[in-house]
Every structure is written in C-alpha cells, then in structure tokens.
Design a protein around this ligand. Structure first.
Ligand code: FES
Ligand SMILES: [Fe+2]
Length: 364
C-alpha cells in the first residue's frame, strides 16, 4: 500500500476484504476523498429550481460543508442556462451574494464586470496592464447536465454525467419525471455521527433489512431483493410483499410483470434516487468531518395519492434505524481489535462495487 493507493479491494468478491478501518476514522482519508472523489463528481443542484426567468442569477455553494465551491447559475435573455464560478478573476471576491436579476454581474470589490455567459466585460484602472484581458479573466464555466427535472453540476468531472444516469434513464423510461415537484414539507436533513462511507456501505445492501428494519421488512420480499451494478453506480430492486403497493409497469419495462415496490439507485459517490410509486426520495450524503455526515432527503412527488404506503412510507423511522446502526459501526471501527472484514458474495455486491470504485478514484 502506497500513499497514492490508500487501500486495494480485490475484484473477486469471494476473496475480497473490506476497506481498512483506518479509512473510516482518519481525517487524512477524508481530505483525500474530498479532492479525488467529491471534487470530480457530479452533484445535484436543487437550487436550479429557483432559476426560472431570463436574466435571473442564483448563487449557491456546491456541496456545502464539503466542497463549499462558490458557483453561480445564470439564465440569459435567450433562456440559456449556465453554471459559472462565482469567484472574481481579479482578487477572488465572491461576486454575487443573493438571488437577483440583471444583464450581467459587477464585482463589489473593484468593479470588474462580467456578462451572464461569464465573459469579462470591463475593469476600471487597468490601462497599461499587458496581455489584458485574456480568457483567464472570464469566469470559468462549470459543467451542467440533466436527468428529467434534476440538474447536476461538476467542477472537474471524472466522467460524463451520462455514464452515471444512463442506467436510470433506461430502467425508468416510463417514469413521469416531468411531473416531479419538490415537496419541502417532506424534505429534511439528518446529521449522522459517522463516516459518509459507512452510511453508504449500509445503504448499498439489503442484507441488514430483516435485522434493522422490522417494519420495512414486512413490506418487501427479502428472498427477491436484488442488486445490479453498473459502471458508476448500482440499483437495488425491492419486490413487494403480498398485498403491498407496487409500480404499474408498462410492457416495455425490463421488469414488466414483476411486483416492484422500489428501485434504490445509487450514483457514485453520494447521490441516491429512491424511486417509489409516489415519486423519488433523493438522498445526498455530505461528509462534514471524518465521523460526521449530513444526509439531505429531498422528496420529489409525482403521485401524492400514493404517499405513505408500502416500502416508500415511514422513511423517517427507517432512517433513524439506519443511523443507529451506522453510528454503532463508527464506534466499532475505532477499535484496536478490528481491521477489516469480508463480503457476503450474494448480499454485498453493491457494497463491494462501491469500495472498488472508491479505491480506484482515491488512487488516481
Ligand atoms: S476582486 Fe473583483 S474586482 Fe477586485
Ligand atoms: Fe437500512
């Protein structure tokens, strides 16, 4: 193991070992993950909902508490939406502080002006400066992409957004993405006293459901619960127990004829789309410290009549049950007597895939 490669995960799950406990408790690994994993990832931008009219500007902080990257969304007169750095190219002041309207931006420090496309427009007192202005005086553009009504941004994408979201698009070609509306009253943040990666490890297997979630366990058929992996993520498929709510899948669906209660999509590294007959519960996992994590639950409802039923109900209770077990594991990984574990070849495929993607991203 070199400092370039914090840990290795064997490709064959039957032989593989889980990451060393130190990964979950030492701050240096979170510093590494912040730059090598999170700074190169695609992140949901819920603030994009506020950008409706031409001439609107919406400043936001990408992955607040982890990346804290000051960014700016603009919509120009033609309706084109852009995501820009919100840091002035002169001496680094944050340019736009609050939502506003305008035909461009003016930095409040020394008056540099930019267009809504981020291009440098003017600057007082720079007569005589050589090679000025240059393209480096424009505000850098940040990549944007969409999945239905969801907007994602990345400051330094390691791969195209499509490599994450194409499996969702294909599997849910029939899903009414256009009907989704964010319901703030059903959205909230949870603070978990554990590593972001422990939260993910737990999310990525249904192995614990019979032990940790007795009520949810009654709504799902455990023998039929399965995980499929794809390039940059995975999906867990929850099959409904008899009498529970299911999707009405069209014949074109790959799962037509099955009694599916929920699709749990995970997009590397920290975005989950939990798809239920009522809509999508989006979870965004944000590392705040090596043993402190914020999980934002955002409820996007497409069919309110199906709320509070089946596998997509009682999410608050399920979350509390998950938090308790994940916080218990955080205490466990501090032990001097625990180093690393092994995987269930049938039930921990998603966890193993996460660790493989994580090890690769951390080492490059
Ligand atoms: S920092 Fe923006 S004009 Fe000086
Ligand atoms: Fe759980």
């Amino acid at each position: 193991m070199t400092s370039q490669e914090p840990f290795h995960i064997e490709e064959d799950i039957r032989r593989a070992e889980t990451p060393p406990a130190a990964f979950y408790r030492e701050p240096r690994f979170l510093d590494l993950a912040r730059e090598r994993v999170f700074a190169r990832s695609w992140q949901l931008v819920p603030e994009a909902e506020r950008l409706r009219e031409p001439g609107q500007l919406v400043p936001f902080s990408l992955l607040e508490g982890c990346l804290d990257e000051p960014l700016l969304l603009t919509r120009d007169a033609q309706g084109e939406v852009r995501c820009l750095s919100n840091v002035c190219t002169h001496r680094g002041n944050v340019v736009v502080k609050d939502d506003c309207r305008g035909q461009g931006m003016r930095c409040g420090y020394h008056g540099r002006r930019f267009g809504l496309d981020g291009r440098f427009q003017s600057m007082p007192e720079f007569e005589g400066a050589e090679g000025f202005p240059s393209p480096r005086d424009d505000l850098p553009r940040v990549a944007l992409g969409r999945l239905g009504s969801f907007t994602f941004a990345s400051v330094a994408p390691a791969s195209p957004l499509e490599s994450l979201v194409a499996p969702v698009r294909e599997r849910l070609a029939w899903f009414p993405f256009e009907k989704l509306a964010l319901d703030r009253s059903r959205s909230r943040d949870y603070l978990v006293q554990a590593s972001w990666a422990l939260y993910l490890d737990n999310y990525l297997e249904g192995f614990h459901i019979p032990y940790v979630h007795p009520a949810l366990s009654g709504a799902l058929s455990y023998p039929s619960y399965r995980t499929e992996t794809f390039e940059q993520g995975s999906v867990q498929i929850g099959v409904a127990a008899l009498g529970e709510d299911t999707f009405e899948l069209p014949p074109s669906s790959a799962d037509a004829g099955q009694r599916i209660a929920a699709y749990y999509f995970w997009l590397f590294p920290n975005t989950m789309l939990n798809v239920y007959p009522w809509g999508i519960s989006v979870n965004v996992v944000v590392p705040l410290a090596v043993d402190r994590t914020r999980v934002s639950f955002l409820s996007y409802v497409s069919d309110p009549s199906k709320l509070d039923r089946g596998a997509g109900s009682g999410l608050d209770r399920v979350e509390k049950e998950d938090e308790a077990v994940v916080e218990s594991v955080q205490r466990g990984v501090r032990s001097r007597l625990y180093e690393r574990g092994r995987y269930s070849p049938s039930r921990e495929i998603g966890v193993h895939h996460f660790h493989r993607l994580l090890a690769r991203a951390l080492s490059t």
